[in-house]
Design a protein around this ligand. Structure first.
Ligand code: AMP
Length: 389
């Protein structure tokens, strides 16, 4: 089988899962996967303090699918009777988890179903008349189906409560409690609870819902100020491209990842850089998966030294020796800034990030500076970096 990296192989996951992990291009488990999976696969309860972007979704999905593959359901399980249940606070999150689940379960027969409010009740109800293994749901809609007897939660063996703190702040806890009461006793099920923060309230809920849990604490991707030198150049929108090209040359960038905010910008920029005579890869969500993997491999091997990426596509990049990250636009979400610059300066090596800040980008600065806890020193680039070479 294709090589997915020793650390994943060491987890001894079923082949079907390893193949999907390979397709997704994951090379090694993220810290939360590394810490949670051995316990989760062992059936232990988990409390994970982890934010989005840490790979927590794949952590719980891999454990669910592995369990199902290793303990195939008995024939007598009726329609609408899932063995695993994931509760998440928002419709968007449910849909995202369902997408990740479909990708990870692609080589299995596992049936997953998303139940969310706001869309076709009847359609979702019909799907519950069939066999279903994993249900991913928002609390309100799930409770409706549970109360009407359309879904039977009494056979749930693995329960995941995702983003518990948001569930709390959105007032869903009474619903979640009613749902949990319909699942088997915590002695008879495995419970995994994830929350970005771990307040007294969450701790109290976690102690009611889990049994002898393993607590895993993944700090938000540590603001990489120690190993990443962050620079920012003020530049007019029209001069940006020239500055980019000059900066790549001037700093003799050996491996540079350029982030942009939108897919169309990614495509356009990739085209312009290529036209300027550079070998450049493109990593955006609308590029087919296979092609993305090949692009990444070339970049890793050093055949391509420039890669243009969007945030979503860039999340999966775990390459150790990226020398520079360039923010061609500043991201609207400050967390994305931290993710982006965290692609360099990895594994203790030095990295440099350069942000090209035009008037539009300036709106994103305050949020980023607040998250970083310090100001970004915005400089005027030297004239020679603005002139055509
Ligand atoms: P999450 O924290 O679950 O929202 O995941 C954040 C992103 O990381 C998603 O885009 C996943 O596809 C990606 N991801 C999850 N696990 C890995 C991994 N082991 N290697 C690379 N990317 C991953």
């Amino acid at each position: 089988m294709a090589d997915i990296g020793e650390q994943f192989l060491n987890l001894d996951l079923p082949n079907e899962i390893n193949k999907a992990i390979f397709d997704l291009g994951y090379e090694r488990p993220t810290p939360i996967q590394q810490q949670a999976l051995p316990h989760a696969l062992n059936g232990e309860d988990i409390i994970g303090q982890a934010q989005t972007g840490t790979g927590k979704t794949a952590a719980f999905l891999i454990s669910i699918f592995t369990y199902e593959l290793e303990n195939p359901p008995t024939e007598d399980r009726k329609p609408g009777t899932p063995f695993a249940l994931i509760i998440a606070p928002t419709r968007e999150l449910v849909i995202q988890i369902k997408k990740d689940a479909d990708a990870l379960a692609i080589y299995t027969d596992i049936k997953t179903l998303a139940l969310v409010g706001g869309i076709d009740y009847e359609k979702q109800k019909n799907k519950l008349n069939r066999k279903v293994d994993l249900v991913i749901a928002t609390p309100g809609r799930l409770l409706d189906f549970s109360r009407s007897g359309t879904i039977d939660l009494s056979r749930v063996e693995i329960l995941v409560i995702d983003e518990a703190d948001r569930m709390l702040s959105m007032g869903f806890i009474p619903d979640v409690k009613s749902i949990i009461a319909k699942t088997p006793h915590r002695r008879q099920r495995q419970t995994q609870l994830f929350s970005a923060t771990y307040t007294t309230d969450i701790r109290r809920l976690a102690s009611q819902w889990t049994l002898d849990p393993i607590k895993i604490d993944i700090a938000p991707e540590k603001i990489a100020v120690e190993t990443v030198e962050q620079r920012a150049f003020l530049v007019a929108e029209d001069d940006k491209f020239q500055l980019l090209i000059n900066v790549i040359e001037h700093y003799e960038m050996s491996r540079v990842l350029i982030f942009v905010n939108r897919r169309d910008t990614a495509r356009e920029l990739h085209g312009k850089i290529t036209k300027d005579g550079f070998v450049c890869g493109l990593l955006a969500g609308d590029v087919p998966q296979r092609k993305r993997i090949r692009t990444l491999e070339k970049f890793r091997a050093g055949d391509t030294r420039i890669l243009v990426a969007t945030d979503v596509a860039g999340r999966g990049i775990h390459i150790d020796n990226i020398s520079h990250v360039i923010n061609y636009n500043l991201p609207e979400d400050p967390e994305d800034y931290v993710h982006r610059i965290g692609r360099t300066g990895r594994a203790g090596s030095e990295g440099i990030s350069i942000s090209l800040v035009c008037e539009t980008d300036a709106f994103s600065l305050p949020g980023i500076e607040e998250l970083l806890g310090n100001k970004l020193n915005c400089e005027q680039p030297p004239d020679k970096l603005l002139l055509p070479v």
